[in-house]
Every structure is written in structure tokens, then in C-alpha cells.
Design a protein around this ligand. Sequence first.
Ligand code: GRF
Length: 207
Amino acid sequence: MAPMNKLRLGVLGSGTGSNLQAIFDAISMQRLSAVVACVISDVPDAYILERARSHRAPAFHIDPAPFKTKLEGEAEQRVIETLRKHKVDTVVLAGFMRIVKPGLLRAFPGRVLNIHPALLPSFPGLRAWEQALEYGVKVTGCTVHFVDEGTDTGPIIVQRPAPVLPGDTPETLHARIQEQEYLAYPEALQLLAAECLQVEGRRVELL
Ligand code: GRF
């Protein structure tokens, strides 16, 4: 059998990068056929950059100014140039706290993925685990999806459930959801690497 192509991942994150760590772990355990080609953060001291460097992955801070909540204009161009320079074929949003705009989506058509800490379409937007707790659902989870121009609306690739337990706080529930994220993101990426995904409208079919 021909060896599977390796995805060249460009990971964008603003926080601790525990999902990036799960991706590194899946690669080293040969559960994911990929290489982390570069990591970019909008936050200069984000721990995700440390994690990247400790795995010898090129890591960059790109100042998103003047925008506070989105990636657009000159910063978006610099991100696209950096991704291209590192021959990225798949953009992985992993805790990236900015709205990505059509410029990035057009540069990598059908190749931008995000992970959201809820079972979409429930609880899109910020602090989804708090929304789940406040609403009183008994099950929540995480969703890996292709990114489109809406907020948390793109075609769904993988979902994994996590129970909401009596006595949960936002922190305990988020931690339980994250355990599922660490399985879901590598799984979704491996499906992409193996060319097992076909998008039809808003449905993702498994081949
Ligand atoms: C995750 O919960 C993810 O679902 C959300 O942001 C968090 C990122 O965590 N989009 P980390 O930086 O990967 O630890």
C-alpha cells in the first residue's frame, strides 16, 4: 500500500495549546499522519508558542493590531504569507480567539478546521461550557468542523460527547470536554489525511 501523505499543519492558537500537544502526541504515536509545519499566535506570550518551540516547530507571534476580535488586513496577510512560506496545506484553529475572515478561508479553501467546546449547533460562541452549564443540559461535548464564514457554523467532521455531572463547575466541565477534544482533533485530522472526507453541502460524508 502506498504510504499516506502527511498533512502539513499550520496551527493558530491564543492560549495554552493543549490541543496542539494532543496533535504532537498523536503524531508521535503514529495515530496521525501529519507534521506541524508552523504555529502562529496573536498573543505574544501564549504558552502554545512555548509548546511549539519545545517540539522544534517554527513558532511566530503576529500582532493582530488594530483589530481586537478578528484577523483581517495586514495581520491576516502576514498570517497567510507565513502559512504559505511553511508550505501549510491545512489550517488548524486550536483555541484561536479571533474570527477568521474570508481572506484566510479563500487562501486555504476547504482546509481550515476548528474545534469548539460544545456539540454544535448548540452553544456557539464564547465559553460554550458555561453556556451548557447555565442551560442545564445533561450532555455536552466537542465538535471539530470545517470553518465557513459564519461563527461555528461549518460542516461537522467529528463530535464527541461529555456528560455534565452534578456539582460541575465551569472548570471541571471544561476539563472533561477537553479530554474529548484531545481525541477528536487528531481523529478528524487523520480522516482528512486519509482522504476519507467528502463535503456535500453542509454534510460531511465518511468515505
Ligand atoms: C479549547 O477548549 C477549544 O475547544 C476552544 O479553546 C480551547 C483551547 O484550549 N476553542 P487549548 O489552547 O488547546 O488548551
